[in-house]
Design a protein around this ligand. Structure first.
Ligand SMILES: Cc1cc2nc3c(=O)[nH]c(=O)nc-3n(C[C@H](O)[C@H](O)[C@H](O)COP(=O)(O)OP(=O)(O)OC[C@H]3O[C@@H](n4cnc5c(N)ncnc54)[C@H](O)[C@@H]3O)c2cc1C
Length: 406
């Protein structure tokens, strides 16, 4: 691969990352321009799949292969793009508009730069990766943030009913807990907080979710921190956990018997790797991701855009599927130099995929703040989050599931 230094180059558009975000950008560009050179560089195979399915697939007995809608190779051919699969971008030089690449295959011993590639426009769509707290060593726990790792877990779980501990009761943890329960596994869901989704919703709302989760048979342990995970001789994992300080103020807490489980899944949040954003000199926050100008999705560095889990708008990470299509369409217009009205960001509607309870959120929810009850009955709870000007900035609607009569 030769690096071109001429001022007018033909490097075209380079996209880093073949998740939903990267592929949406390709679809949007190809809808407007069939020929402009596009190179997709991705550390994985580039296979197209719908990531939200990962928290529904095990109970549906779907393997990773069943979830692939098109292989990377086939999708690249159909879109007339160049795919550099199993390739990791290790460096971005924004002044020369060049990227350094290495093989991402573990079997490949070459860990030196093996290629340099130039870009005219660069789209960062490299997602975010799971956070593994020290007590959850990566080699002992699973995550469901990528189809490859999901596939390995799915294969293990397909061999029969097992005990799975899930650490972190955010949306992903709460959804996968129900999915595994439905698939016939014994499930323990552990969280620092007293109830699931406590980082986005007020206690009055989350208490209903905790109740629903427990009553369907998930062993929910709220207010506990996992302190260590150890593999023991028969292949089981020992999960040691302790009550959080606030819950043991009386200091009469008894030592807690560790859990013995077959698998541990970490769903303890996501972080954006700072390496490429720092190299590219784009404005960046480790927790929320790459800062973009919302109407154009441009980063603070010329000719570099960002989309998907690696990006944030107005300090809020944008980690949902719904906005991707409109964001990708804006990037397509902007990179192709076409007139556009600017992306108009509206927080997407958030819907928990659990069936034991229906949880729907609009706006930008947060755990604390002036939440007010609008409707409250056994069947339904509606609460609004009011900002300082008493305007509604988020609404949560929680409904008991409709019980179908036999
Ligand atoms: C289990 C689960 C369930 C979800 N459910 C929902 C839901 O119901 N509704 C919803 O709206 N959202 C849901 N989400 C969120 C949604 O799926 C994500 O926001 C979205 O898929 C993110 O896509 P992405 O392309 O930004 O990132 P990713 O899918 O993470 O893709 C990133 C890509 O970048 C590549 N990459 C990373 N670093 C490099 C590098 N240095 N060099 C080369 N390639 C690199 C990776 O290999 C990968 O291909 C869910 C997420 C999970 C994990």
């Amino acid at each position: 691969m030769s690096a071109e230094n001429s001022e007018v180059s033909n490097n075209g558009i380079v996209i880093i990352g073949a998740g939903l975000a990267g592929w949406h950008v390709i679809d949007a560009i190809r809808a407007k321009d069939k020929d402009i050179p596009i190179t997709l560089i991705t550390a994985d195979s580039g296979d197209r799949y719908h990531k939200p399915m990962l928290t529904m697939a095990i109970s549906q007995k779907k393997s990773a292969a069943d979830l692939v809608r098109a292989t990377g190779v086939d999708a690249a051919e159909a879109a007339n793009i160049k795919l550099l699969a199993n390739t990791q971008v290790t460096d971005v030089d924004a002044s020369t508009q060049q990227l350094q690449l290495i093989s991402a295959l573990r079997s490949d011993p070459v860990y030196t730069n093996y290629a340099t590639i130039g870009y005219d426009k660069l789209v960062l769509a490299m997602g975010a990766h799971p956070i593994f707290p020290k007590s959850l060593p990566e080699e002992l726990v699973w995550h469901v943030n990528h189809i490859e790792r999901f596939g390995q877990l799915q294969e293990k779980l397909a061999t029969g009913s097992q005990h799975v501990a899930i650490v972190g009761a955010g949306m992903v943890g709460t959804e996968i807990a129900e999915d595994l329960l439905k698939a016939g596994h014994q499930v323990t869901l552990i969280d620092l907080n007293d109830a699931p989704l406590s980082q986005m919703l007020p206690p009055k709302a989350t208490a209903r979710i905790a109740q629903a989760v427990k009553s369907q048979g998930i062993n929910f342990l709220g207010g506990y921190q996992v302190s260590a995970i150890t593999r023991i001789s028969d292949g089981k994992l020992q999960v040691s956990y302790e009550a959080l300080a606030s819950a043991t103020e009386s200091s009469t807490a008894e030592p807690i018997e560790p859990l013995m489980v077959d698998h541990v899944i970490a769903s303890t949040g996501l972080t954006v790797d700072d390496k490429l954003p720092t190299a590219a000199g784009v404005e960046f926050d480790r927790r929320t991701g790459i800062v973009v100008d919302a109407p154009t999705l441009r980063t603070s560095t010329a000719n570099i855009y960002a989309i998907g889990d690696c990006m944030s708008i107005d300090g809020v990470p944008c980690r949902y599927v719904a906005p991707l299509r409109a964001q990708a369409a804006t990037i397509a217009d902007d990179v192709l130099g076409l007139e556009h009205n600017g992306y108009d960001h509206k927080p997407p509607m958030i819907r928990l995929k659990n069936k034991a309870i229906s949880v729907m959120v609009t706006g930008v929810p947060k755990a604390t703040g002036n939440w007010q009850v609008k409707t409250e009955s056994d069947e339904e709870l509606v609460m609004d989050l009011l900002n300082d000007s008493d305007e509604v900035s988020a609404t949560v609607t929680i409904k008991a599931p409709v019980v179908l009569k036999a």
